[in-house]
Design a protein around this ligand. Sequence first.
Ligand code: HSE
Length: 403
Amino acid sequence: MAKIAICGYGVVGSGVAEVIAENAESIARNAAEEVEIKYILDRRDFPGDAFEKHIVHDFSIIADDPEVSIVVETMGGVGAAYEFTRQSLLAGKSVVTSNKELVAKKGHELIAIAKEKNVNYLFEASVGGGIPIIRPITQCLSANKLDSVYGILNGTTNYILTEMIENGASFDDALHQAQANGFAEADPTADIEGLDAARKICILADLCFGKHVEPADIKAQGISGVSSADVEYAKRLGCKIKLLGRALRTGHDTATAYVAPHLVSTSSLLSNVDGVMNGIVVHGNALGNAMFYGAGAGKRPTASAVVADIIDAAKHRNARKYLDWDDAPAGYFTDSSYVPSRWYVRAQTSLQQIGWAFGKVNFISYPGAAEDEYAFATDVYDENALLKLTGGMNVRSMFRILD
Ligand code: HSE
């Protein structure tokens, strides 16, 4: 019998308890032993809840109980979640988490403690919600040299953009809907401004390229600057606007990562990743491209990945899983501004100025477009070059086009 404790009984934590209760039989078969929830740690009481009797308010009860072999951290943040994870690992308990902020910021350190204590720190649910992506990268694709990974990594912003593109919804209505469905972070600014996606692309870059990336180094641009005019212009270019996280090797021993809205061709698979779904493309030198698609947020999809990690931790008590990456040498992480791409630009300027700066461009328009602006697609430039060329223009939007 594997006895577990869940720290944090919010959307994901309660989903974990629900899935464990509902699928007890198949989980026991897959784990080769029964999985029992002994404690649930939360500040709140849950009168009438099926797990009411398991609620505790003091973490030391869990840390001090040798019967608990697996701790599930679904609290979020890097305060108490970090401390409880450390203490659990140091006490010889495996830890399973959906906490991307903690994995991106402290994963390297926590994995080292897990190694020392011969236990596991597993975080499949930290990227892509219910989509299997950590194991495919670290196991199924391990024969490859991986050179790029990119995709739609945030369900909330994808839901908002889809509602704006497909149903003409307002930003605020779509956000409220995402919050009501339990997709959004406690503070949705992390979703909207691209920080959540930055944490996820950070973890993917760590695992794909094998060297540590500091989440603070990743430039994140969210979707608050995407307007319905941008959505319309993008349509005329045969594209949809998607918030992408992207990490790529930029040289022999250098790499970069960033998050930004992109124009994605409607002929690509990624452009059809709509609503709360996530889609992640990994490129390896032996495989070529592989795309992973599925529910990127929400109670049960995320619980699906967490519970699979619990099963894995139960099965690997004496055989560690190797999820790890190295320290990065100085100069490893390069500035994403130097990544070249074609660009969509919307600006208040003159035809003459556009001609002087860019020569020939591909102009875009739609019925009802504002009369005081031009929108166009450029050739390939890096961001610094583009900023110089648009220097004299009143730029309203400027997004990369994914080719
Ligand atoms: N707020 C996150 C999202 C939850 O919307 O994708 C899943 O990580």
